[in-house]
Design a binder for this molecule. Structure first.
Ligand code: SIN
Length: 503
């Protein structure tokens, strides 16, 4: 946890363009050099709360990406042989610098993502914990010696880095998703090309500057920036280049499927952390105060723009009205909409116009089909054009888009159910399977339901499950592989079997 004075220091409003924060980089990083795009093109990074320009960064394309791939491939020839202990020390140095500079990184993040400053600081702390964790894990990537069936042979299994990897990261966690992937890949002995989302490249560049300051050798981390229009060609090259051994992507299911297909030709290793559609199930016997508390954290973290956000609130008959009334009251008394740089704000803007349209259309569609608006329900224009009022909807029916789609916005969709089986049926009737939440005080029910939920992660009487120590990931169309925990290394290593014969 950050101390109160650290939080206050970061919250002091700063004009990040004129004050020239030293981590506000406006170039990309290839092979240890801060460079522009070969084409000379740039694009503007916007502050979604203010519609102002935060910075201008290179608008790179496949040509620039090729250079970054080459740099990562060259650096791999030596980085793979750096001892585990030395990799660990370098990651630790990076972690220390990230901690020292957490306020500045959080300020940059709030400017480009709109995230409230307290949450940005929370994300930096969360993200840093992955670098710390993997600096420790780097020294525990052990092999095995297995008894051989023949006396003349010895079987060794070693875990080796797969090679240079591409890390494609989203705008909703501009720091933590890079940290979760880069920490694991560097610990394993891989080098990387990072492609941050076009909305939030500045946090990535700040992190890369600190990696350089920590002494991580040139070419081990490369960051390329591009606007939306070049993203498909860059993604395709990262998936298809024979020099790239694996791809790790966090983002939408639609883009994840394209990358998966593009990786198939080279039979490339891929890790995917895609969209969710989390059910938040509240049984009659639940502690409703805890359920509302958990619902608030799960739903309103980053304005509902997280893959693990509760998306469908399934509330059992007897407690439905009480839960709805309690969450409406809590939202009215605790949520503060506004510019994320204001320390009191808890609900910032949505990331861009596209996201704004999606959320508005989902709510309008539900209302047109008979949903009842208990709170909110419309855009909050007085704060800016990307703000949406925290909303609660009831009278939900299956024909409404909110019933089946990931909302990625501050909208609580409440659905009534009668019994455990019905709750499970509704919860599981989706192709997504990332996170689910269950509130129940019946231990047998907790076991039954958490086992039957077709999701990679289940929070029981808990709305915030993300932590470095746990394995993060989904089933069905929510992804492949696990990030964080000791399993987070697996995407970046292969097992080599060496047979010593004629002993
Ligand atoms: C995500 O939304 O993609 C990640 C959320 C988390 O790590 O908690």
């Amino acid at each position: 946890m950050l101390s109160a004075s650290a939080v206050r220091a970061a919250m002091r409003p700063r004009d990040i363009t004129s004050r020239g924060l030293h981590l506000l980089k406006q170039m990309a990083l290839i092979n240890g050099e801060w460079v522009g795009a070969a084409s000379g093109r740039t694009f503007q990074v916007m502050n979604p709360a203010e519609n102002s320009v935060v910075a201008t960064v290179p608008d790179m394309n496949a040509e620039d990406t090729q250079k970054a791939i080459r740099a990562a491939a060259d650096a791999f020839t030596t980085w793979q042989d750096v001892t585990a202990k030395d990799r660990s020390i370098l990651l630790r140095k990076w972690y220390n610098l990230l901690v020292q500079n957490q306020n500045e990184i959080a300020t940059i993040m709030t400017s480009e993502s709109g995230k409230p400053i307290k949450e940005s600081l929370g994300e930096v702390t969360y993200g840093n914990s992955f670098i710390e964790w993997f600096s420790e894990e780097a020294r525990r990537i052990n092999g095995e010696i297995i008894p051989s069936p023949q006396q003349s042979k010895q079987i060794f299994l070693t875990r080796q880095p797969i090679g240079p990897v591409a890390l494609i990261t989203p705008w909703n966690f501009p720091h933590a998703m890079i940290a979760r992937k880069a920490g694991a890949s560097l610990a394993a002995g891989c080098t990387c090309v990072i492609k941050p989302a076009e909305d939030t490249p500045l946090t990535a560049l700040a992190m890369a500057q600190l990696a350089q300051d920590a002494g991580i050798p040139k070419g081990v981390i490369n960051v390329i920036t591009s606007d939306r229009k070049n993203a498909p060609e860059i993604g395709k090259l990262l998936c298809q280049s024979p020099l790239i051994a694996g791809v790790s992507f966090t983002g939408s299911t639609a883009v994840g499927k394209i990358l998966y297909e593009q990786c198939a030709d080279g039979v490339k290793r891929i890790g995917l952390e895609l969209g969710g559609n989390a059910p938040f199930v509240v049984f009659n016997n639940a502690d409703l105060n805890k359920a509302v508390q958990g619902a608030m954290v799960s739903k309103f973290r980053n304005c509902g723009q997280t893959c693990v956000s509760a998306n469908r609130f399934l509330i059992q008959d007897e407690v439905f009205d009480e839960f709805v009334s309690m969450i409406c009251d809590t939202m009215k008394t605790t949520l503060v909409i506004g510019n994320g740089k204001d320390e009191h704000v808890t609900i910032g803007p949505l990331i861009n116009d596209n996201q704004m349209r999606t959320v508005k259309n989902l709510v309008d569609d539900a209302v047109a089909k008979g949903a009842k608006v208990m709170v909110g329900g419309k855009t909050a224009e007085k704060y800016g054009d990307k703000f949406f009022e925290p909303t609660v909807l009831t009278n939900i029916t299956e024909d409404m888009a909110v019933y089946g789609k990931e909302i990625f916005g501050p909208v609580v969709v409440c659905i009534r159910f009668k019994d455990e089986q019905e709750a499970l049926d509704i919860a599981n009737c989706t192709r997504s399977g990332l996170a689910a939440y269950v509130y129940s005080n019946d231990i047998a029910q907790v076991f039954r339901v958490s086992k039957k939920l077709e999701f990679g992660m289940v929070g029981v009487n808990e709305g915030l499950i993300s932590t470095t120590e746990a394995a993060f990931g989904g089933v069905k169309e929510s992804g492949i592989g696990r990030e964080g925990s000791s399993h987070g290394i697996d995407d970046y290593i292969y097992i080599k079997y060496v047979c010593l014969g004629n002993l």
